[in-house]
Design a protein around this ligand. Structure first.
Ligand code: HEM
Length: 401
């Protein structure tokens, strides 16, 4: 029988794992991109000043004048997000965001999360734990971080998702571009109003920076967009992976009382919600004999690194006894996730709260239904007893495991 190699569209994780095992560093002609997949290389390059984060974009051919305008407006906006910015602009934005993550701010997030669990858990059946208790608790906590009600956080996150749907130039769809532009208008209007009113830590910091001329409204909107996209869904994915392990659908039920911290990090590693860190060569350099040229697009594949058997023995197993390499789920270096400590704290507190309320006691095994694509893994829902719901009508990558 001839083995059919996994395709990047239908089996992205397997495709990336294959890339790691075959070459480690590979040039992909169809996307004009270098992919770096082995842990040691990804780890080193995340902290390497020869790579910048602002990736070049080019306009797809065949667009009308109107469509080109929309395309550039949306892609230039995405370039402003902190995660796609280089110094000195990036340094200023990062400094501005730091007050959001003080111990007092984190304390408020945890209080909101606990109140939400207390309000939603009584009467919610075990098989609705994720949608009925966990997701609302995460939303309440993270909404509190940016001083918005949870419903507004959801609306803003939806705007940011529609903006990001423009995707890479190779797959640009002008209709999606138009929707992205509308979403950008909605988000900008909201941010202008919030910054004007200076309500909350984030809006005050952004409003002050705008008044001083350090930022403009587009910059402030970019900061909001990054926060609302980068916070809720990845945290939900990591918690889902933790709940799978705690309830033990695959005979792996773990004892949390023994090492909650290790369990949180193992769930994060196995979830790795953002698969990729996008970079651009700032200068020519050589990597394992390959010349990476200045301006080349370089993708550091966090998910392949986190499953690299060279650094994580039996990489797909949920193990609490790992020592040595630290996962790169939050990136590292200049763009290291600002929400990393908060996410770990929130995951721990959520489990403690669910355990204290005996919500986790005698819970049936839960399995996540994942939405996996090339760029990431997010959780659609959690179902009981390892039942796998695969609904390909709404997207190619939905599956269990
Ligand atoms: C499981 C949850 C999370 C994961 C897996 C995650 C992952 C990441 C990764 C991989 C990066 C770096 C990307 C790169 O180097 O290109 C990043 C950056 C960032 N994350 Fe997170 N994140 C999570 C939660 C959060 C939360 C809760 C917040 C804030 C509320 C947050 C805010 C940020 C910000 C502001 C950056 C940009 C940092 C910079 O560019 O300087 N993240 N995150």
């Amino acid at each position: 029988m001839i083995a059919i190699p996994p395709s990047r569209e239908t089996a992205p994780l397997e495709w990336l794992d294959d890339l790691r095992e075959s070459s480690g560093v590979a040039w992909d002609e169809s996307t004009s991109t270098w992919y770096v997949t082995r842990y040691d290389d990804v780890y080193a390059l995340l902290g390497d000043p020869r790579l910048g984060a602002q990736v070049e974009t080019w306009c797809p051919p065949g667009l009308t004048e109107e469509q080109r305008k929309t395309y550039w407006r949306v892609t230039e906006f995405v370039d402003l997000w902190p995660v796609f910015s280089d110094p000195p602009r990036h340094t200023g934005m990062r400094r501005l965001l730091l007050p959001l993550f003080t111990p007092a701010a984190v304390g408020r997030v945890v209080t909101a999360l606990k109140e939400s669990v207390a309000a939603t858990s009584p009467g919610t059946p075990g098989d609705r734990l994720f949608e009925g208790v966990v997701r609302p608790a995460l939303a309440a906590g993270l909404a509190c971080l940016i001083d918005e009600p949870p419903e507004t956080l959801a609306e803003l996150a939806d705007c940011a998702t529609r903006i990001l749907a423009v995707g890479p130039s190779e797959t640009y769809d002008p209709r999606v571009g138009l929707d992205a532009e509308n979403a950008l208008d909605e988000l900008t209007e909201h941010v202008a109003w919030r910054c004007e009113a200076r309500r909350g830590v984030l809006a005050s910091a952004l409003g002050d920076a705008m008044a001083e001329g350090a930022l403009d409204l587009q910059d402030a909107t970019a900061v909001y967009a990054q926060l609302v996209t980068g916070a809720l869904e990845p945290a939900a994915a990591a918690v889902a992976r933790l709940l799978e392990a705690v309830t033990g659908p695959k005979g792996e039920a773990i004892d949390l009382t023994a090492s909650l911290d290790a369990a949180v990090d193992e769930a994060l590693r196995l979830a790795t919600p953002f698969h990729l860190a996008m970079r651009r060569g700032l200068t020519d350099f050589t990597l394992h004999g390959h010349v990476i040229q200045a301006e080349a697009r370089v993708v550091l594949v966090l998910v392949a690194a986190n499953r690299d058997p060279r650094r994580f023995e039996d990489p797909l197993a949920f193990r609490l006894d790992r020592t040595g390499a630290r996962h790169v789920v939050f990136g590292r270096g200049r763009h290291a996730c600002l929400g990393a400590a908060l996410t770990r704290h929130v995951m721990r507190e959520l489990v403690v709260e669910l355990t204290a309320g005996e919500v986790l006691k005698e819970l049936p095994p839960l399995s996540a239904v994942w939405n996996v694509d090339f760029g990431g893994r997010f959780v659609h829902d959690m179902v009981v007893g390892g039942v796998c719901v695969t609904d390909r009508r709404e997207g190619a990558g939905r599956r269990c495991g």
